[in-house]
Ligand binder design. Structure first.
Ligand SMILES: Cc1cc2nc3c(=O)[nH]c(=O)nc-3n(C[C@H](O)[C@H](O)[C@H](O)COP(=O)(O)OP(=O)(O)OC[C@H]3O[C@@H](n4cnc5c(N)ncnc54)[C@H](O)[C@@H]3O)c2cc1C
Ligand SMILES: NC(=O)c1ccc[n+]([C@@H]2O[C@H](COP(=O)([O-])OP(=O)(O)OC[C@H]3O[C@@H](n4cnc5c(N)ncnc54)[C@H](OP(=O)(O)O)[C@@H]3O)[C@@H](O)[C@H]2O)c1
Length: 371
């Protein structure tokens, strides 16, 4: 009992103001060579933290800037004497990947230019690239490190849906992270946190600042016998890997567990079937039902909602039997289209879709973890 309450106290103790320093213990790309994506499996050690989590929770990670970029940035600024302290605070505290509107305002004031136009021109540029470009036209342009720090946004922690169950991985937390590497306005954008954890953390060093966010709106059914439908394309697979590990552990311990049905999708089956081997083994061992939607394996798109529609009768039957319906991943397009497909399936079966979905939500049987 004493250990449990101590554990609980410690878990509460680690939060945004006081993050736990975790060790990176695993970091590999889930996509195969030839993929256009780089989705990482990340494992962090929680040993000694007393932190616990349950499937559905997320982990926040504090990002750190690329030190080479920070050093080059400091070289181009008007520096105060405490160079080393400054480097540390720049590395950890401010976001130099995405300059803030405040910074554009400051630069515009200094040069008597229009802030909005400046922001448009430099969309996609990081802070160093902007300063370097400005100096080409205005060689006397100066900005101090303090001014930069005060006018930049903070390097805020990023949320990641937890992809593991403590039942399968005691004292660690696993994540599935898409490394953001894109181009805007001819500029390469390397997302701050996804690139930090993928490429800038030394294995085994207790340096990654993390804390757990409890998410009671995304929970497995209280009764394990309830059926579960999971829609999770791309990194949306993350919490469902945790759900499956949790329910499979219950099955292993002899408990009766309802059937699981996963809809997963990504670009191409040969390269992007994230956790494919694991999921295929669950089909065999635990009768996991899997429907796959690989969008770029043919000359037209196939998405998870197309697979839902193909299985309309059975999906509706599962809902009528009390199944819980979960969605995780892209909020902008996927979650909206999946919601529409769900409503169409309900309508097709003679029910009022709005009423039916409202009831599902009231009964906590329709949960989303979208971003
Ligand atoms: C509840 C929740 C759960 C999540 N779970 C996961 C998960 O399991 N896996 C996962 O991979 N992600 C997840 N995310 C997303 C994650 O939190 C981050 O948003 C994601 O990793 C990108 O962060 P980043 O710091 O790498 O990129 P950032 O640096 O924040 O960049 C993000 C975007 O901002 C824009 N941007 C950046 N710099 C510039 C610039 N200079 N000019 C113009 N535009 C710019 C680009 O569009 C870029 O793609 C989740 C989010 C939430 C809210
Ligand atoms: N920089 C890059 O190279 C790159 C690449 C991919 C994603 N990203 C970004 O990384 C983040 C995470 O991406 P992710 O790995 O989770 O995957 P994702 O980009 O959300 O894609 C996963 C799957 O969902 C498909 N999809 C696209 N639109 C859809 C819709 N309306 N309904 C259903 N499915 C849809 C995609 O197909 P299609 O893509 O074939 O349409 C793909 O097969 C996203 O924010 C995304 O914008 C960046």
């Amino acid at each position: 009992m004493e250990t449990q309450s101590k554990t609980h106290e410690l878990a509460v103790y680690y939060n945004k103001e006081n993050p736990f320093l975790s060790k990176l213990t695993d970091n590999y790309t889930l996509n195969k060579d030839g993929s256009s994506k780089d989705t990482r499996h990340i494992s962090l050690c929680l040993k000694g933290s007393g932190i616990d989590y349950i499937p559905g929770d997320s982990l926040y990670i504090f990002p750190e800037n690329d030190t080479a970029l920070v050093n080059e940035l400091l070289d181009t600024l008007e520096l105060s004497k405490e160079r080393e302290d400054e480097a540390i605070s720049f590395t950890r505290e401010i976001n130099i990947t995405r300059p803030s509107s405040k910074l554009f305002k400051l630069i515009a004031e200094k040069l008597d230019l229009d802030a909005k136009e400046l922001q448009e021109k430099y969309n996609g540029y990081h802070s160093l690239a902007i300063i370097k470009d400005i100096k080409k036209d205005y060689p006397d342009f100066k900005i101090s490190s303090n001014e930069l720090a005060e006018n930049s946004s903070k390097a805020n922690p990023r949320a990641y849906s937890i992809a593991s169950s403590l039942k399968a991985h005691p004292e660690s937390v696993e994540l599935c992270i898409a490394r953001v590497d894109e181009e805007i306005n001819g500029q390469k954008i390397l997302g701050l946190c996804s690139n930090y954890i993928s490429d800038r953390v030394a294995m085994g060093e207790a340096s990654v600042r993390v804390y757990i966010h409890k998410n009671d709106r995304f929970r497995l059914p209280e009764d394990p016998k309830t059926k579960v439908i999971m829609i999770g394309p791309g990194t949306g697979i993350a919490p469902f890997r945790a759900f499956l590990e949790e329910r499979n552990a219950l099955r292993d311990s002899g408990q009766e567990v309802g059937a699981d049905w996963l809809f997963f999708g990504d670009q191409r089956e040969a390269y992007d079937y994230l956790y494919g081997e694991e999921l295929e083994s669950y089909r065999e061992k635990y009768s996991l039902k899997v429907d796959l939607a690989f969008s770029r394996d043919q000359d037209y798109k196939i998405y998870v909602q197309d697979k839902m529609r193909e299985n309309s009768a059975e999906l509706f039957k599962w809902l009528e039997e009390g199944a819980h319906f979960y969605v995780c991943g892209d909020a902008r397009r996927m979650a909206k289209d999946v919601d529409q497909a769900l409503k169409d399936i309900i309508t097709e079966h003679g029910k009022d879709a709005e009423e039916y979905v409202k009831l599902l939500k009231e009964q906590k049987r329709y949960s989303r973890d979208v971003y």
